[in-house]
Design a protein around this ligand. Structure first.
Ligand SMILES: [Zn+2]
Ligand SMILES: [Zn+2]
Length: 604
C-alpha cells in the first residue's frame, strides 16, 4: 500500500505530498500521524490519502512508524487544514507545521492552572445568560460585550449549557488569554499563547486532542488547533488586528480560520467585542447580533463649540466641569488620549480652520495627493491653501499627552496628575487623581476584573481613528470609543466623548448598526472588502530590477487568468477581485515561487 503524506515542516507553497510504502496489516488512514524518513533524517507527517500499489519494483521509502497514541485528524479536520492552506496561499505542510508541535517522548501530564473566582454584578447576569443561550441556537453570531470580563462570563454560561463540547476561545493578546484563563480554572483550560516551551506546547496539544470535552484558550496560534468534535469557537475582542498574523508566514487571520472550521467541522462561531465590525453586519443577520445594550451614562461634547474659550484645545468646558465634579466626590478621572493619528489632523496653522467634509461634516484622512472622508466617501485633492484665511501653512497640529497632562495639572493644582504611556512605570498610577492614558493602558494595565475607583472616563479626542487612511476608519472610531466606554462601564463611571463630529458619535450611541451599515454602503461603492477580496503581493529581492520583473510576470498571469481582477502596480501588487473569483486567483498563487510574499487578507 502507498500513503501520500504531508511532511510537517515549512515547505514551499508548490510542494504537495510525498509517497511512502507501508505493509497492508498496518492501519493507516487519511489523517494518521506518522513518522517518515525525509531527506537525510526523519520527520513527522500526516497521511493525506492511501492508495493501492507499491511492492512491484517501485522503490519507495517506508513509513517508519505510526503515532498510535495520538488521535488522528478526522477527514473534516484535515480538509479544514487544506482549506486554510489554500486560503493563505501556503503549502499544507507549512500550515501543519504552524499547528502541530514537535512531539517527543518526554511529555508529562498537562499542568492545571489555579483559579480566581469570576464574579459579575448581579444586575448584569441575566442579560449575559440570555445571550449565552441565544448563541447556542445559532451557527454564527456576534455578541456585544463591554469588556473581557463580561465576555468571560458569557463563555462560562455557554460552557455550563454545553458541558459535552470542546470549546475554543481565541484572544488577540497573551495578557487577555492569561486574564481569562485565570478566571476559568474550574474548567481546567488548556492554554496556548506562543510563550510556552516546545515541551509545554506539545503537552498542551496532546491534552487538547485527547479530551472529549474541554476548553482551549489561546492567541491566534490556537486557531490552527482543530479538534474533531469542536463545538464552538469564541473570538473574543473579535475586531482586534492581532487576530491576523501580519508579519510572517503563514499570514492567516483567526477570523477566517474560524469561518473555515465552522463550515468543515460544523463548529459554532461566536464573535464577541465592544461593537461589531462592518464585516459582521455583512455576514450576519440582524437577529444574530446579540448582547446587552445597557451602557453607562454617556455624553458628547461638541469641540467645534467648546474649543472657543477652552483652557486647552483638548480640554473642553464640559470636561472641565465633569472632572471638577468627579474629583469633589473623591473619585478618580481617566482621560484617554491615543497618540496614534494625532499628527494626521489636517488644519490651518494660522487660523485653525479644520477642513470639515462639505457633504457630511466628517473629517478628512490624508492620502498624500488626495484627502478622503471615510464617513461618506468624498474624495478631494489635497488643498493648497486655507479657504478661511488664504494661509498656506496647512500643517497638522498635534498636542502631546504630556502637554495635556501639564494643562490639567495647572487647572487642578490640588490634584495629582499622571501620564501613563508605553515605557512609564505603572506603579503608583492607581493613586493619582487624574490619569492621562494611551492605548497602552487599555491593552496592558487596565484589568476589568479589578477595575480602579474611577468616576469619570473622558475620551479626549474620539476622532483620531477617523484620520487614519484606512477604509476601517469609521469602524475603528466606533471600536476605540466603545472600548473606553467599556472601561467606564467596568468602573461604574460616567463617560464623556470629545469630538468635532458630534452627530456621528450621537448616532453611534443611538443607532450603532445603522452607522455601520452606512459604512458598508460606502465600502460597496468604492469596491472595498467585504464586497471585493484584496490581496497584496510583494517579491523578496534586493534587486529592484528582478523584483519589478517578477511582479510584472505575476501581474500578467493574473490579468490572463482572472479577467475581473483589478491590479494596482507599484512596489507591491494590490489585486482586487470579486469574492466569487477567489479560486481562479488562488490557483495561480498555489503555483507561485516562494519569492512572492502573498497576503490574502491584508489589514487595510
Ligand atoms: Zn486659515
Ligand atoms: Zn463626508
Amino acid at each position: 500500500m502507498i500513503a501520500e503524506v504531508y511532511p510537517i515542516m515549512r515547505m514551499p507553497r508548490r510542494f504537495g505530498i510525498f509517497d511512502y510504502e507501508f505493509p497492508e496489516e498496518k492501519t493507516i488512514l487519511r489523517g494518521t500521524f506518522v513518522r517518515i524518513p525525509f531527506r537525510f533524517g526523519e520527520t513527522m507527517g500526516v497521511v493525506a490519502r492511501v492508495k493501492e500499489g507499491g511492492g512491484r519494483g517501485i522503490k519507495l521509502k517506508q513509513i517508519a512508524s505510526v503515532f498510535e497514541e495520538i488521535l488522528p485528524f478526522s477527514d473534516a479536520e484535515l480538509s479544514a487544514i487544506e482549506d486554510i492552506a489554500f486560503d493563505v496561499a501556503q503549502s499544507v505542510s507549512t500550515i501543519l507545521y504552524a499547528s502541530v508541535p514537535k512531539l517527543t517522548k518526554r511529555e508529562l501530564k498537562f499542568a492545571q492552572n489555579d483559579s480566581v473566582p469570576l464574579t459579575i454584578p448581579a444586575r448584569e447576569a441575566p442579560s449575559i445568560t440570555l445571550a449565552a443561550s441565544q448563541v447556542g441556537q445559532r451557527a454564527a453570531s456576534f455578541v456585544a460585550m463591554p469588556d473581557v470580563r463580561r465576555s468571560c462570563v458569557l463563555l462560562t454560561a455557554y460552557l455550563r449549557e454545553h458541558p459535552d463540547e470542546p470549546v475554543m476561545a481565541l484572544l488577540p493578546n497573551v495578557r487577555d488569554a492569561k486574564l481569562i484563563a485565570s478566571r476559568l480554572g474550574g474548567f481546567s483550560p488548556i492554554v496556548v499563547t506562543g510563550e510556552e516551551t516546545p515541551l509545554e506546547r506539545a503537552r498542551a496539544w496532546r491534552a487538547w486532542r485527547a479530551c472529549k470535552t474541554g476548553l482551549l484558550i489561546g492567541t491566534r496560534t490556537a486557531a490552527l488547533w482543530t479538534h474533531p468534535a469542536l463545538g464552538a469557537i469564541f473570538l473574543l475582542r473579535s475586531g482586534h488586528p492581532n487576530h491576523k498574523q501580519d508579519e510572517r508566514n503563514p499570514r492567516f487571520d483567526a477570523r477566517a480560520v474560524a469561518e473555515i472550521l465552522r463550515i468543515r467541522l460544523h463548529a459554532r462561531v461566536i464573535y464577541v467585542d465592544v461593537a461589531p465590525r462592518a464585516d459582521d453586519l455583512a455576514t450576519l443577520d440582524p437577529i444574530d447580533l446579540l448582547g446587552p445594550r445597557t451602557r453607562p451614562p454617556s455624553a458628547v461634547a461638541d469641540m467645534n463649540v467648546e474649543r472657543f474659550g477652552a483652557p486647552h484645545p483638548r480640554i473642553g468646558q464640559s470636561a472641565l466641569l465633569r472632572i471638577a465634579e468627579t474629583l469633589s466626590t473623591r473619585r478618580r478621572v481617566l482621560c484617554a488620549y491615543n497618540l496614534k493619528g494625532v499628527s494626521r489632523r489636517l488644519q490651518c496653522a494660522d487660523c485653525s480652520y479644520r477642513f470639515p467634509c462639505l457633504s457630511c461634516g466628517g473629517v478628512f484622512a490624508s492620502y498624500g495627493q488626495t484627502i478622503q472622508c471615510h464617513r461618506c466617501g468624498r474624495i478631494e485633492p489635497m488643498p493648497l491653501s486655507c479657504p478661511s484665511c488664504n494661509g498656506s501653512r496647512l500643517a497638522a497640529r498635534g498636542y502631546g499627552n504630556r502637554a495635556v497632562a501639564a494643562a490639567l495639572q495647572t487647572l487642578f493644582p490640588e490634584a495629582t496628575v499622571r501620564c501613563v504611556e508605553k515605557g512609564t512605570d505603572p506603579a503608583g498610577s492607581d493613586q493619582s487623581d487624574i490619569l492621562v492614558v494611551t492605548r497602552h493602558y487599555y491593552e496592558n494595565i487596565f484589568d476589568p476584573f479589578q477595575p480602579p475607583n474611577v468616576g469619570l472616563v473622558v475620551d479626549l479626542d474620539a476622532d483620531l481613528p477617523l484620520y487614519e487612511p484606512t477604509m476601517r476608519a469609521v469602524e475603528h472610531a466606533i471600536l476605540n470609543m466603545e472600548e473606553w466606554r467599556g472601561v467606564a462601564n467596568a468602573c461604574r463611571a460616567d463617560f464623556l466623548v470629545q469630538t468635532e463630529v458630534p452627530d456621528l458619535f450621537r448616532s453611534i450611541f443611538s443607532e450603532r448598526d445603522r452607522v455601520l451599515s452606512d459604512d458598508l454602503t460606502t465600502r460597496q461603492a468604492y469596491g472595498q472588502p467585504p464586497f471585493r477580496r484584496i490581496c497584496m503581493i510583494r517579491f523578496r529581492s534586493s534587486e529592484p530590477h528582478e523584483r519589478d520583473h517578477a511582479l510584472r510576470a505575476m501581474s500578467d498571469r493574473i490579468r490572463e487568468g482572472v479577467p475581473t481582477a483589478m491590479i494596482s502596480d507599484g512596489e507591491n501588487l494590490r489585486v482586487s477581485i470579486p469574492p466569487e473569483d477567489k479560486n481562479l486567483l488562488f490557483e495561480i498563487f498555489s503555483n507561485a515561487d516562494d519569492g512572492y510574499i502573498i497576503d490574502t487578507r491584508p489589514l487595510e
